[in-house]
Design a protein. Structure first.
Length: 344
């Protein structure tokens, strides 16, 4: 952890340590640019690690199927030769351009970084799950009420109540049913927003008696010391019932907050950062944006697209930082100098 008064000097500060921010370390590292990464979460991986670490992703090149955590682990392994430094559990509070053209980046922990370029890879900004309007739910959070599944084993042999009707609620209903002691899916109405195939599989489990489906809304929680024992549910018909449960997973969506980025003087369009598709530079020279935080004609919010953006951004950042240095384009398959950097 940095000392509060220390100013860290680096080539690039990357804001956001999700997959796109991690791959940016690789592309920048190939060009001899040192990176520090700042993220509001407590570990790398962004939404992949926070929301679906064990769910499969199917559209990563060369990986027919890989989990969110698996992708994060592979990226961390890939960038290890470049020695990136991570600063978790903090938010960038301000960015100031200095007279010499460098940037001073401050965090909410009163840390300061001096960087020659900034890469914003913050997804849609900082995100947090929407909390259900249930009195006293805060005291159960992190103990028996969870907004994501980080380790499926923590739910083994538990009486699980999943609340919601979207893809997350349905996906985790299907994934956790085989290891749960019991599982109840609760939704306010008999219509689901998730993928039709998931809805059909869920109804099949209901028909087979492997899960319960109830229509209604949670109105209260019962338990002690943060450990839930049952949920009070108001049914669609207006009756009050208790649903026994030892773990609750509410999936009410996410609240995306752009946070201090909105105050940095950058041009915004619907809370996104417009960029060109040559450099992926924002309206401020030296500040780049890649991944879901940016927008341009034809933009696709895919991890794959973010990887492509990171590659082009890295070359533009190198030219910004060292305008007089000749950049020789090289392939990792044939360049001995690049292979030396990678330790292969």
């Amino acid at each position: 952890m940095l000392k509060k008064t220390e100013i860290v000097e680096t080539d690039v500060v990357i804001i956001g340590a999700g997959p796109v921010g991690l791959f940016a370390v690789f592309e920048l590292g190939l060009l001899d640019l040192k990176c520090h990464l700042i993220d509001i979460l407590d570990r790398p991986g962004g939404q992949c690690a926070e929301l679906y670490p064990e769910k499969p992703i199917y559209d990563i090149p060369a990986w027919p199927e890989i989990s969110g955590q698996g992708l994060t682990d592979r990226l961390m392994e890939q960038i290890e030769p470049f020695g990136p430094e991570f600063h978790f559990n903090r938010m960038v509070s301000s960015v100031e351009k200095l007279e010499d053209g460098t940037f001073e980046v401050s965090t909410d922990e009163n840390e300061k970084f001096r960087a020659k370029a900034i890469v914003i890879a913050a997804g849609g900004g900082s995100f947090q799950p929407k909390r259900p309007p249930v009195p006293g739910i805060e005291e159960y959070e992190g103990k028996s009420v969870f907004y994501s599944v980080r380790r499926m084993e923590e739910f083994r042999d538990q009486d699980i109540l999943i609340v919601g009707g979207g893809d997350s609620a349905l996906d985790w209903t299907l994934s956790l049913q085989p290891i749960a002691k019991s599982l109840t899916l609760l939704h306010r109405r008999d219509a689901f927003r998730g993928a039709p195939d998931s809805v059909n599989k869920m109804y099949k489990l209901v028909e087979e008696g492997k899960i319960d489906l109830k229509l209604g809304q949670v109105s209260g929680l019962n338990g002690a010391d943060g450990m839930v024992e049952s949920a009070s549910v108001k049914t669609k018909e207006g009756d009050m019932i208790n649903v026994a449960c030892t773990r609750i997973l509410p999936f009410f969506g996410l609240t995306m907050k752009l946070g201090p980025i909105a105050d940095w003087g950058l041009n915004l369009h619907e809370n996104l950062l417009p960029v060109d598709t040559e450099k992926f530079e924002t309206s401020e020279p030296g500040i780049f944006a890649i991944g879901d935080i940016n927008t341009y004609p034809g933009k696709l919010k895919l991890i794959l697209s973010g990887f492509h953006e990171a590659a082009l951004m890295a070359h533009a950042a190198k030219k910004h930082i060292a305008p007089d240095e000749r950049i020789v384009f090289q392939y990792t398959t044939s360049s001995t100098s690049l292979q030396k950097k990678l330790g292969v």
